[in-house]
Every structure is written in C-alpha cells, then in structure tokens.
Write a protein of this length. Structure first.
Length: 322
C-alpha cells in the first residue's frame, strides 16, 4: 500500500452553486461521490483551510485539499490462482472465467474465487470496490468479464453498464427446437416461494434478452443471446420462461430430455453435464480511458464443445437416416 497522497486543487468557477460533494465528484471522477462525502465527514477534506460540511455550496475559486490515503475496501485475501487474461493495460483487465469458479467471496465460498485471484494478480485492486469487478457471472457460467483497474475506469464502466453501453453475448444450449430467434421482455424478481431462486414475476425489475439461433440439433438448439439488462440469472430464467431451459441447469433446467434415438455416448454426455450450458462468448465496450471501441471473443470451454460435438454428430446421423 502506497503512502498518503495530497490532492490540491482550485474549484472551477463553472461549478459555483453546487454542493461541495457534487463539485468534487465533477472535478475528481476517479472517486465515487460516496467516498468523497465520507472523506468530507471524516475531516480529510479542507476548503480554504477549514473543514466544510458535505452540503456546503461552493462559490468557485476555493482551494480544496484532500488527503487521499489509499485504503483497502476488502477483507478478502489474495490467492495464487491462475487467470486466463485475454487483455490487460493500466486501466482494465478482461478475463475468461472457467466454469466452476465463484466470482465474489460469500458465505460458504470465502476463498478460491476470481476476486481472490485478482487481488494476487494486481494488489492495487484492493483499493477498489469488489476489487474492480463491475459485473459477474454465475459460478457455473463461463466466459468473458471486464475488471476495472483504476477508480476512473471503475466509475466509467459502472456507468456504461447502467446505460446498457457494454455489449455482452452468450452462447446458450437449450432444450427443444426453436424455429426462429426473438426477444424476451419479462420482469425478473425473487421467486415468491423459493427465495433462493429468481423468476418472472409482476413487479420484478425490467429484463430484456434478445436471442437468435446459432445452430440447430435434434431436440436442442444453440442460441446466441444478448442482454439489454443484467438481472440475476437473467438468461437462465428467461429461457426457462420460454419453456426452453438451458441444458444442465440445476435450478431452472427441469427434467433432462434426451433426443430421439440418442446413442449411449450422447446420453452419457447429456446426463453427465451438470452445469448450465451457458458461456459469455463476446464482450464489447468503449475503453474507459481512450474511448476506443474494443471487443473480445472467447470460444466455449471444452465440456460445452464436447457436448455440442455429440449433438452435431447425432443430428448428422438423423439427417442421413431420412
């Protein structure tokens, strides 16, 4: 952890009339307004030599001094865990998460997470909320995630996600044969009877998923799904709502359906696939520092590719038999 740093700035005249916390948030986008307000309340910010109140109105031209000692925002520990890093610079990091890896530590999963790995890979992330993680994937969902490495990048990426300016595409293998793509616009909230699950419920948060057909099989379809919103379990809940649940989903998948005339090898593949067949395959965003439009793609992990290959071979045999 580095030593204390002193910010010494003049408040621009164009910010006159704003509350101090608002003015500072405009001047210093690398710090969240809640953090700035906390520094004001703790006496770490001086305005013309005095300790002001957060709601103090500025006139412009005042000298503000801020003692910005870096502080850890997490009690979690760094761990030596391999990360599949697809891109990294001083501002952001893009990684490809394997299935089975929890993103954030929680009860029952305090270690072995992506966050623990990030704290070892880049120790400065301890000074950012959630070690710079701005969006997450479920434990058994694989694929691309972006992580902020600086306060400015964190603020901008969180805002971009809120404004639906980050493109995310997933590959989802679902049960049943869909004829065409479409859009699911159905609100998602807690299941009324099982609080550990999510469901399409009236009064839930708006949720929109677009899907198109990537490949057809016998009894199954591979979809490419893009999100407008990022609700918990959104794709899994929406596909289940369409009565085409994701293969292997232990929560929303329902009963396993084997395709007609499935051989022993395909049956074994389907029965042995015990996670949702869902992969975050593409990520699009404007770089938070340069504004450059960037994108990354990641192929499906081996277990999904093996399952797809089995379904593809079965579909080819079924076609030949016609």
């Amino acid at each position: 952890m580095s030593e204390k740093h002193l910010v010494d700035r003049l408040i621009p005249d164009e910010l006159a009339g704003l509350r101090l916390d608002q003015a500072l948030a405009a001047m210093l986008p690398e710090y969240s307004r809640s953090r700035l307000k906390g520094w004001i309340e703790s006496g770490r910010i001086h305005l013309n030599g005095i300790i002001p109140k957060p709601r103090h109105k500025v006139d412009g031209g005042e000298r503000v001094k801020i003692e910005t000692a870096p502080e850890s925002l997490t009690e979690d520990k760094p761990e030596v865990i391999a990360l599949d890093v697809r891109y990294e610079d001083e501002h952001v990091l893009v990684l490809n998460k394997p299935p089975g890896r929890v993103v954030h530590p929680a009860a029952g999963n305090r270690d072995g997470t992506v966050l623990n790995a990030l704290l070892h890979h880049a120790p400065q992330l301890a000074a950012l909320p959630r070690a710079g993680i701005v969006h997450r994937l479920d434990k058994d969902t694989s694929g691309l995630m972006v992580v902020a490495k600086t306060p400015v990048a964190h603020v901008k990426l969180v805002a971009a996600l809120a404004e639906h300016a980050v493109g995310r595409e997933y590959l989802a293998l679902v049960q049943g044969e869909l004829i065409a793509g479409g859009c699911v616009e159905a609100p998602i909230g807690r299941h009324p009877k099982d609080r550990k699950r999510m469901a399409v419920v009236s009064g839930g948060k708006p949720a929109v998923s677009h899907y198109r057909i990537e490949e057809r099989f016998v009894g199954h379809t591979l979809l490419r799904v893009s999100l407008e919103t990022g609700r918990t379990h959104q794709i899994r809940v929406h596909m289940s709502h369409l009565r085409h649940p994701i293969v292997g989903d232990p929560v929303y998948g329902g009963r396993l359906r084997l395709p007609p005339a499935a051989g022993a090898s395909l049956t074994e593949l389907l029965r042995g696939f015990n996670r949702q067949a869902l992969h975050a395959t593409r990520l699009d965003l404007n770089h938070p520092a340069t504004g450059e439009a960037m994108f990354w793609e990641a192929a499906m992990p081996d277990d999904m590719q093996m399952l797809i290959s089995g379904l593809r071979a079965h579909a080819a045999k079924a076609h030949e038999a016609k």
